[in-house]
Design a protein around this ligand. Sequence first.
Ligand code: ADP
Ligand code: 5GP
Length: 178
Amino acid sequence: MVISGPSGVGKGTIVDELLLRFPTTSLSVSCTTRAPRDGEKDGVNYFFITKHEFKEIIEKGGFLEYSEHFDNFYGTPRKFVEEKLEEGDVILEIEVDGALQVKNAMPEALLVMIEPPSREELYRRLKARGTESEEKIARRMERYDYEISKSYLYDFEVINDDLETAVDEVEAILKRRF
Ligand code: ADP
Ligand code: 5GP
């Protein structure tokens, strides 16, 4: 299952809750060239690598998908996902360009777009999270329109207004109760 949605919409919060509910479901850990945020751990939140290392993995065909985003590269390690799929469901939390590459490579993937109740609420959540500067928040808000414009290419759209309701809806999709 691939989960996308604008930065700050609550993807990470929803995924954390799903992982608690389903211990055999795993979260794919992506590679990124961006710097770790406070509290982020290598191998847990991301594999933090250099642009040079990222290019080497591209050349070896090691990514299931990758894209450039906010001046950095992000990619899903192919082997990591294939191994985890042997144990159970795998969730990828990635942006739209990468999600569509996954759908091409694996048509059985379920694409879920998480949407905020409103643009204003998204801004409020990004501010409240307090991990980005005002300039970075502005860039993430610009990206919002692009992400939402691609929703029609997704299999499901879930509005994250009440958290519990949103998690229940994503759980139903994961367990293919649709
Ligand atoms: P993302 O992973 O999509 O960037 P996060 O999961 O980090 O977003 O959530 C951004 C902020 O919004 C966090 O502070 C989180 O606690 C808060 N949040 C998530 N879901 C809700 C919700 N349904 N209502 C209110 N706040 C929420
Ligand atoms: P952040 O820097 O906030 O962690 O992530 C920025 C964006 O990159 C988010 O939309 C996130 O979903 C996306 N992202 C994270 N990992 C990957 C990945 O492996 N591939 C792609 N295409 N996007 C990713």
